[in-house]
Design a protein around this ligand. Sequence first.
Ligand SMILES: CC(C)CCC[C@@H](C)[C@H]1CC[C@H]2[C@@H]3CC=C4C[C@@H](O)CC[C@]4(C)[C@H]3CC[C@]12C
Length: 783
Amino acid sequence: MTDAASNALAEKGLPEMKGWLLKWTNYIKGYQRRWFVLSKGVLSYYRNQTEINHTCRGTISLHGALIHTVDSCTFVISNGGTQTFHIKAGTEVERQSWVTALELAKAKAIRAMESEEEEEEVTAQVVPSQEISSVVRDLTERLENMRTCYDLITKHGAALQRALNDLETNEDESLASRTKIVNERATLFRITSNAMINASNDYLHSAEAQGHKWSKMLHHEREQRQRLEEIVEQMAKQQSQMEQAAVMVRQNKQVPSNATSTTAVSLVTSDEEMEFFDAEEHAYTGPGRSAESPTREQGTFILKMNKRRSSSEDQVEGHQEGSSSESDEQKRTVQMVQQVHLVSAPRVTSGGQGDDDDVDKAVPAQSSKDSIYGRNWNPDLMKKRRERVPDKPHYPLSLWGIMKNCIGKDLSKIPMPVNFNEPLSMLQRLVEDYEYSEILDYASTCQDECEQLAYLAAFTVSAYATTTNRTGKPFNPLLGETFECDRMDDYGWRCVAEQVSHHPPVAALHCESKKWMCWQEFSMTSKFRGKYVQINPLGGVYVLFPDSGRRYSWRKVTTTVNNIIVGKLWVDQHGEMEIKGSQAAEGHKCILNFVPYSYFSRDVQRLVKGVVMNRNNEVKWVVRGTWDAKIEIAPVLKTTGSPSSPTYTTGDFKLAWRRRPAPPDSEKFYNFTTLACQLNEEEEGVAPTDSRRRPDQRLMEQGAWDESNKEKLRLEEKQRTVRRQRESEAEHAAAEGRPYPAYEPMWFKREKEEGSEDFVYLFKNTYWEAKEAQNFEGCPQIF
Ligand SMILES: CC(C)CCC[C@@H](C)[C@H]1CC[C@H]2[C@@H]3CC=C4C[C@@H](O)CC[C@]4(C)[C@H]3CC[C@]12C
């Protein structure tokens, strides 16, 4: 295959080479026939062709691979570490064409890595051996030029010398003509010397350019090595912790039952050499569930308060360490640390304090088993909606196999097949925040700001309930993609979301009900650190109760997805959340602490604790619970003790939120709640840009993952083309000094927020009217 032809194929995502080869397995089985595919810088193999789309038996990334021939038909390819394939081809010609193709792919992978920063553009590629020889050729050519110059200089030098001799001795010619000759030769000499200098300069530049390229590659390699070192270090630390736990088990001390589980999984199977497990095939090695009743005893906790919130600070918040390291900003602000003691007030009625049953009795208007608030949903007025989505097919694929070459990268930069998705877009996923909107409804009726804040706290925590067992990656929305969700008939709210920016990707969402209005901007940065992915959500969330004019805002906490290498994926939420009141609620705030999961804590996991403070910074309510099950709140009746170690005497705890049970069999369909199932249900009349119309997502929902993957690539490519076009138009405009209009979302407008310097995306309030009129003119054609 020619260079150009294989480039063209690779650009289309088609394999550069494929075919049957014999692969060495082990001494018992010897060589086995396997189907090999070389595509996009990766050599993969399968038992047969039908397996290609779901069960890959092994891969080697060619970037950095060593390829060498053993004999006329055999060659070996290894990644210098864990993976080595011994391969036998049918004939010498066949072997050679594979080796050539592999070398080609390797060169291309290296080039791609170099231009990675400029968003992996596939440009004309060269082979490494070819590349090296072309470099050598280039330098030789320039050296040759220098030699020619040298020859000329010698020649002209000698001629000049002769002319000088003649000047003295040759009396036949006139002095004038002799001087003329000397001058001419001197000029020639000067010209050739100049040429020599130019040729030397050329040589130098060429050599420098090469040196620069190699040093860049070296730098990349060094970084990669450092990251690996960090991971190894971390694993070693964990292992030692596991060992300690094991010792405790031996000594019959109590250890959290799951503490030893991750080491129980071996990384190597005996059947097919080094292969990483598919996560789902193995025993659950995630953390245990939190106990139903979190803190029976009133307890003590540390309360940290500081004027904080800068995204840089969030980033330094180490996950494993749990505590946040001191940033400059933190040092600048006064940090108040309180050791809080909670004591319950003596009760008049009998019964155990904080008992589950008790709590239930204390909740407002309980009537339905579904919700602690009771839902007065009228079945006659409710739209009929589907209760589930098709079952998730079982096409195991190794996540680590895909992600291991991307350590340190942002999640959005890692190309992933739909096997790791859930059939929802991030726009739809965000709407799930309103699953427990009845808490907001109830909060809107609270007279007291602090009590209102305590309910609001329960609401913010409830948004995380779904993350306990939802580890599928939502689809990244395309720029201009929208999602509407009208649940006025049951939940009592309707909402519109739009992907409003591409660089960085930002979604804006607006949700309204009769009693409250909610809006948020969502963007995130993520870092894949080998064993886990850490996600820092950016952007604020706001709620306004129009009747009272009270407004509150907060930011989301950090999410960590664990067990990327081995075991079952599991999610943790951790960090501090501050819900701040503004406008009529100015000065009131709630501080919530999502305690990071710890294998070695005796405490209940997924704990959330917090306090609500009034304008005078006096603690008025206490919040406690877990983000996967329930939140209880209690008013503070009396405060005693010192400011650094206060004791709050609380009244009865009320249940402010309890998670609804999952629908039956939900583990078969991505652990979706009923609301989640309904989000992507086809609906007539929605905008042409609506996530429900996104073809790859629909195909994935229906289980057609191959087709879905193809569509996903097509849509992403389409988006890229549009973006490039805009970029080049903007460039042209800039060159000509013309203004170029920035990208404008359809349904939101970027405006300066009242009384602040911040720009926010505000809902233009035109969507529902446009829908009513079925006038979606101006919507981009994104699918
Ligand atoms: C497959 C692997 C590698 C990655 C999967 C990551 C998934 C599970 C992560 C990526 C981004 C995460 C989301 C980030 C932000 C929010 C908003 C919050 O209000 C509820 C949780 C929610 C919605 C998170 C749920 C979990 C999430 C969807």
